[in-house]
Design a binder for this molecule. Sequence first.
Ligand SMILES: [Zn+2]
Length: 172
Amino acid sequence: MTTNKKRIDKLPPEFRTWLEERVTQVDACWEWRLSLKDGTQPQGKFNGNVINVRRVIVEACTGKPIPRGWIAACLCSHPGCVHPSHLFKQSRSQAFKGAEFSPIHKVNLAKAARRRAILTIDDVRAIRASEKTVRQTAADFGISESHAGGVIRGRFWRDYENPFAGLMRAAS
Ligand SMILES: [Zn+2]
């Protein structure tokens, strides 16, 4: 397919090689083999930076940053597909209306949004400094015990970091 090829050819060669080493071709799709953030978003480390793989691909193919309130979505229903020709930008409200999100998935997205909304960086610091039990700390902040535990162990720390902070540090 010439149109597909053109789109792939817009990827910077270094990024294209990096991507091709991390996908498995399944029919017409490129299945991401590494981690999926929130169970859906292919995520990887490129040049030391954790990136949303679909977003970077859409931005590289279109040559334009995805605006605020828009996401990189996938046309096909193949989980974790990152084929450049299957990705497009979609407004967040359209995405939430879309049939591709199951009820469970919507609940998880809402939970993730709530977690981010409730805790500030200061909260995270307070939770980590607290000498109370995980159960008490969770109750104090109105979050689940597993989430409080994740915050204490640092598992969720990156949720509160600006992703571009890493890019800035790497560049300086
Ligand atoms: Zn696909």
